[in-house]
Design a protein around this ligand. Structure first.
Ligand code: BDR
Ligand code: CA
Length: 315
């Protein structure tokens, strides 16, 4: 049986790559996209989500417009230097035909989870504001989701915005702390693994020449994003962030994980840091004591994951 999935997203080049992987995978029934600021502001995230479902012939998939700013932190600038001014590599797509559904993302998440108790997997691949708002609106969703798979954070490596913080978490650290401390099953697919999985220039060229229009589209939108990686990391390729969260949903055996309580630093120079307590039976009580265990990916079979991505996208 396929898994019902809601992707919460700020598309975003790698968000688009993740959404297309979900759409091409029979194990996943994509029941909605909810949108959030981050790579772009929320209005453009909604437009891009609509563009993606229309371009892939799935305008039936509902898109719900999400929060336009973080819970408490100030709204940061859009990451146009990473994803382009349009969020999709400056390719000038025409406006979408359709519109977002008539209720906000948090309400859409609550209604969908409560309508299918135990069946919905939430996959946030942007800042976590919508999930925190959904929890505040209806705390019982924590008991009724199948699983939450977060792309974000860094447990054992530096961040990609500051030495402490990864982009999705620093954009709304208060929301992220709510999500990681709620009593629902959470897996963190963070920079520990996503920066180990590289889509090299050769890999991308093979996608482009595969004969699949979807693979060629991915090649086209990812040129600007690839150049950002080259300029910033000296990498002739791209890190595989958001598609890795979908890959986890498809096949968790692609990853090795550890479990422990995880808190997010919300203020100061380390704001956005995801701090996992890996100590066993620590005596003195602290802010991690008694918090739910988070499943944190620390290792990945990059070769197998990239083969899976290529197989699905080019099929
Ligand atoms: C995350 O930040 C965004 O730029 C990407 O879409 C991804 O979700 C990686 O840190
Ligand atoms: Ca994203």
């Amino acid at each position: 049986m396929s898994k019902k999935v809601i992707i919460d997203t700020d598309p975003g080049v790698d968000d688009a790559m993740a959404i297309l992987l979900a759409l091409k995978s029979p194990e996943i029934e994509l029941v909605g996209l909810t949108t959030i600021y981050g790579n772009v502001y929320t209005d453009l995230a909604t437009q891009n989500a609509l563009r993606l479902v229309e371009l892939t012939g799935r305008p039936d998939i509902p898109v719900a417009h999400g929060a336009e700013s973080p819970l408490l932190a100030p709204l940061g600038p859009a990451a146009d230097f990473v994803h382009g001014w349009d969020g999709l590599g400056n390719i000038n797509l025409p406006p979408p035909q359709g519109r977002a559904v008539d209720r906000p993302a948090a309400q859409f998440i609550v209604e969908t989870v409560m309508a299918y108790p135990g069946e919905i997997t939430l996959v946030p691949i942007g800042p976590l504001t919508n999930l925190a708002l959904a929890l505040a609106l209806e705390p019982r969703i924590a008991d009724h989701v199948a699983e939450v798979v977060v792309m974000g954070g860094a447990a054992t490596v530096n961040g990609n915005v500051t030495p402490a913080a990864e982009a999705n978490i620093i954009n709304d650290p208060h929301a992220a702390d709510m999500v990681f401390t709620a009593a629902w099953p959470v897996t963190m697919v963070g920079l520990d693994v996503t920066m180990q999985i590289i889509m090299t220039d050769d890999y991308m060229l093979a996608l482009k020449t595969s004969g699949s229009p979807m693979a060629e589209f991915i090649y086209t939108i990812s040129r600007f994003y690839r150049d950002f990686h080259y300029d910033t990391h000296g990498l002739a390729g791209m890190h595989t962030h958001d598609p890795s969260a979908i890959a986890y949903v498809l096949d968790p055996t692609l990853f090795t994980t550890v479990r422990g309580p995880l808190r997010v630093v919300t203020e100061g120079i380390a704001a956005g840091q995801t701090l996992l307590d890996r100590r066993q039976n620590w005596r003195q009580p602290n802010a991690w004591t008694g918090q739910p265990m988070v499943n944190v990916c620390l290792g990945a079979d990059a070769e197998r994951l990239l083969a899976l991505y290529r197989e699905r996208i080019t099929a």
